[in-house]
Structures are given as structure tokens and as C-alpha cells.
Ligand binder design. Structure first.
Ligand code: GUN
Ligand code: FE
Length: 468
């Protein structure tokens, strides 16, 4: 009976059950379309042995009921209890892993002082691999506990301990994009924390790329190397050019800071007479999987260049409120179809939660829309029509982040990697409450974004493997 039913379903669905690792039946949120969401009750997700989604079946599909029975009888079905919600894992496009011990310190300083007094002395301690190992494991574990299944990490200038970070992510099962930081400009980098020479830095960076790709257990590419010039002021021309050549040679991801503040923008104009995006493009650093953190002061020419090259932005809304000197034009970027995702910018903002970044992105846009100076008339105070919605912020945190990285993550669809979290509202722990008779699916999603804490994130899968 079991075998014949399974066989019958397999034939009708053209799916061989032996290729499946498991199937999940769950009430599911995701955002296939920017600005919109889907809530699918009893959504069936089939995950193959590689950890990718083999198929999805909605409850109103004619095969759904038979599939559920056959999968259960085949011992492959996991059912999520009602009142718990499955969602795509969150994507953090910008996190400084070595700055984790600094989270919450000195955020009332200007960027330059904060970097010189707090960040560079701390990052320099990662010359010590043992010091690094402890902290790097904690960062990756903490981000996973917050539902971040994919993280894009700046490390420090040290190749060896950056490899420790890559190894740690691999062992904990986090999808990670890890970069050895490059900074060699004597005029901007302290003597105690900069590259010895461009040649040495490029040699170490290329070695890092090959070592990460060759890590045992990384054959599927769960952890990827990222070319990481810190930002324009910290790099000489030969450094930017050399890193651009590596991006091209190996078709690599690239991450950097872009037009983050008045100071950073003015520095580039003074040194090159060009915007950061033009500088990075000319150095060959930009491609369809580049992550430009912040990108506050960018104009229409920059936006056209981003779209032409397929490069994306990591929006870090809380960090911007401390360091950017202006609000992010998120509304315009979304409308111009620029690829945009969200970043924590640890420790330029203290929270490791991308739900928090979603919430902050909405808040940021609301303050921008209304403006800040109470002495101005209302119609001159802000930028009218510039708010973004919670749905758009959640799209950025999942689907948008996946698009920036050019990875099949962020939605539940065939061929995408199964990276997912379960959110459990719970009156015993945390602040998230759902009252089913009062809360629509959209209300529930907005509450999850606004109120979820680590206690509410009860399961995490990356590449089909449960990692928490
Ligand atoms: N610009 C250059 N380095 C940094 C950094 O570590 N954090 C932030 N927020 N901005 C930077
Ligand atoms: Fe940053």
C-alpha cells in the first residue's frame, strides 16, 4: 500500500522520493515580489539531499493531500505546529566580525574618531589566531541565533585569522562571504594597523581566496571569499587596481564601504574628482555580486552605473543614523530597481539582528519623510513620499539580499537553497505575541519584524541542514 501510493505520487509529480532528504509542511511567509508578500498555509517544501528545494506545493494544488500522505508514509515529512511560522533565513550584507566586542561602544563619536580610537586598535588584535577563534565563533553563532543564515563579513587585515573565521562559519554551518580587509594608505591608516606593502597584501589576498575555496568540507561553496578594500581613503591606487584584477581573475564577490559620510564622499572627490562608485568601477571592482555598504551620497549617474553592472547596496539604517550625516534614499533606490539588501554593520550599529535592521529601515525612512527640524514648516522639513513599508524591508532582508549576492536564497522556490528559520510567538519568552482573532497574516509578519527576539527563533536551517 505504502509503496504503491508513493510510486503513484512519484509518477504524477515526476519526483523520485529517494532524492529527497525531507519535506516540510508549514505555514510560511516569504516575499517573491518586492513590496508584496505571500502567506501560504500548509505549504509543502521538498528538500533534496543537496539541501536545495526540489519543489514547493501549495495547499490548493490538486496533488497536495496525496503528497502529504505519501511523504508521511515514506517517513520524510516534518510538520510545523500551528502558530509557528517558517520564513526564509535572513541575509546580513555587512558585518564586521572582529568588531563584535566593540558593539555598543563609542557610537556618539564621528566616524573618523571612532575608527581610530576604537576600531583599528581592536582589529589589530586579530593578529592573534587564538584571540580571533573565540570571538569569531561567537559572532557566527550569535548571528545564526538571530536568524541570519547568510552573512557577509569584513574580517581584519590578517589572512590567517580571517581563515579562522571562514573555518568557523563552515563548522557552524552558516552560509558566509568572508573577506580579508585590505588597507595600505599610509596617510589614512595607522602605522600599527596597515598592510606592509601592496605586493604582500595582494599575495596574501590571492592565497586567502584559494585557501577558503579549498577548505575541507567547503566543496559546495557554503563559505566564499570576498575581495575587501576597506574604503577609498584606506587604499592606494595600486591596491584598488590589484584587487580589481583579482575580482576579474576569479569572478569574486567584492565588498566595501561606499559614500558613507560627508567626510568619505568629500575625500574621494578631492583625491579623484569622482564618486566612490566611479572609482570602484574604474578599478574593475564592481560586478553582479558586489556589496556596497551604505551608499548614501550617490547620484543618478551612480545609480545607472550600479544597474548597468548589477552591483548592489547593503543598507545599514541604524549605523547611518550615527555616521552618515544624511538619510538613505531607500525609496528612490527601490523604485529604480537597484539591488538593495540590509546589513547590521556591527559595530557601527550594535544589533546583530536583521529583523532589527528591517525595523530600523522603516523608521529611518519615516524620519526622512517627515524631516527633523521643528522650526521649519512641515512641507519643507522632509522628503515627501519617501517612506518604505515593512514588506519592502522584509524583502530587502531576504530576497533583496540574495539578489545582491547573486545567490539562490531568500525565497522558497524550486532550485533555491533551503535556508530557513522558524519563528515561534511565545508568551513565556520574548515580547512577540500573536492574537489569531485580531491579527491578519500581514499583521503577524509586521509583528514578527518588530518584536522577534532570539528566543522566538526556534529552528534554523542552512542548505537543508538544521544548524540550530
Ligand atoms: N568605514 C571604514 N571602515 C569602517 C568601519 O569599520 N565601519 C564603518 N561603519 N564604516 C567604515
Ligand atoms: Fe561598516
Amino acid at each position: 500500500m505504502t509503496n504503491s501510493l508513493t510510486h503513484f505520487i512519484e509518477e504524477r509529480m515526476m519526483i523520485d522520493f529517494t532524492t529527497l532528504r525531507f519535506a516540510l509542511l508549514a505555514d510560511t511567509f516569504h516575499c517573491p515580489v518586492k513590496g508584496d508578500f505571500e502567506f501560504n498555509v500548509d505549504f509543502l517544501i521538498l528538500v533534496n539531499h543537496q539541501g536545495d528545494i526540489a519543489d514547493t506545493v501549495k495547499a490548493d494544488d490538486t496533488h497536495h493531500a496525496d503528497m502529504v500522505v505519501a511523504l508521511r508514509e515514506a517517513g520524510k515529512l516534518e510538520v510545523l505546529p500551528k502558530g509557528q511560522y517558517l520564513m526564509p533565513g535572513l541575509v546580513d550584507l555587512h558585518c564586521h566580525a572582529p568588531q563584535w566586542p566593540q558593539a555598543g561602544k563609542g557610537l556618539d563619536l564621528p566616524l573618523f574618531d571612532w575608527l581610530q580610537n576604537y576600531t583599528f586598535p581592536l582589529e589589530n588584535r586579530y593578529a592573534d589566531n587564538a584571540f580571533a577563534a573565540n570571538i569569531y565563533q561567537d559572532v557566527s553563532r550569535t548571528l545564526l541565533a538571530n536568524g541570519t543564515t547568510s552573512a557577509v563579513y569584513f574580517a581584519s587585515i590578517h589572512r590567517e585569522s580571517t581563515e579562522v573565521l571562514a573555518q568557523s562559519c563552515l563548522e557552524l554551518g552558516q552560509r558566509a562571504f568572508v573577506g580579508k580587509v585590505n588597507m595600505d594608505n599610509q596617510e589614512q591608516c595607522p602605522d600599527f594597523y596597515r598592510e606592509n606593502s601592496v605586493e604582500q597584501a595582494l599575495y596574501e589576498t590571492e592565497l586567502f581566496v584559494n585557501n577558503v575555496r579549498g577548505l575541507a568540507g567547503n566543496e559546495g561553496g557554503l563559505v566564499k571569499p570576498v575581495i575587501t578594500p576597506r574604503f577609498v581613503p584606506s587604499c592606494t591606487d595600486p591596491m584598488l587596481k590589484g584587487l580589481g584584477e583579482l575580482v576579474q581573475k576569479y569572478d569574486l564577490h567584492m565588498q566595501t564601504h561606499c559614500s558613507e559620510s560627508d567626510w568619505a564622499r568629500d575625500y574621494s572627490i578631492e583625491r579623484y574628482g569622482m564618486s566612490d562608485i566611479a572609482i570602484y568601477a574604474e578599478a574593475g571592482l564592481l560586478n553582479n555580486k558586489s556589496v556596497l555598504a551604505h551608499s548614501i551620497f550617490i547620484d543618478e549617474k551612480d545609480i545607472a552605473m550600479l544597474n548597468q553592472l548589477g552591483a548592489g547596496i547593503g543598507h545599514c539604517p541604524l549605523s547611518n543614523m550615527y555616521f552618515a550625516n544624511a538619510a538613505m534614499q531607500t525609496r528612490e533606490l527601490l523604485d529604480a530597481n537597484v539591488r538593495v539588501g540590509l546589513g547590521s554593520d556591527i559595530a557601527g550599529a550594535p544589533s546583530p539582528s536583521i529583523f532589527r535592521a528591517c525595523f530600523d529601515a522603516v523608521t529611518h525612512s519615516r524620519v526622512r519623510e517627515d524631516g527633523v527640524d521643528c522650526h521649519l514648516p512641515a512641507d519643507q522639513r522632509g522628503v515627501s513620499g519617501s517612506r518604505i513599508s515593512y514588506l519592502e524591508s522584509f524583502w530587502m532582508a531576504t530576497n533583496g539580499g540574495g539578489q545582491v549576492l547573486n545567490e539562490k536564497i531568500g525565497v522558497f522556490a524550486s532550485d533555491y537553497h533551503f535556508d530557513a528559520i522558524v519563528v515561534s510567538p511565545d508568551s513565556e519568552r520574548g515580547n512577540l505575541r500573536v492574537w489569531p482573532e485580531m491579527d491578519s497574516p500581514r499583521d503577524i509578519l509586521e509583528k514578527i519584524i518588530s518584536l522577534s527576539q532570539t528566543d522566538n527563533i526556534s529552528k534554523v536551517w542552512v542548505q537543508g541542514k538544521q544548524v540550530r
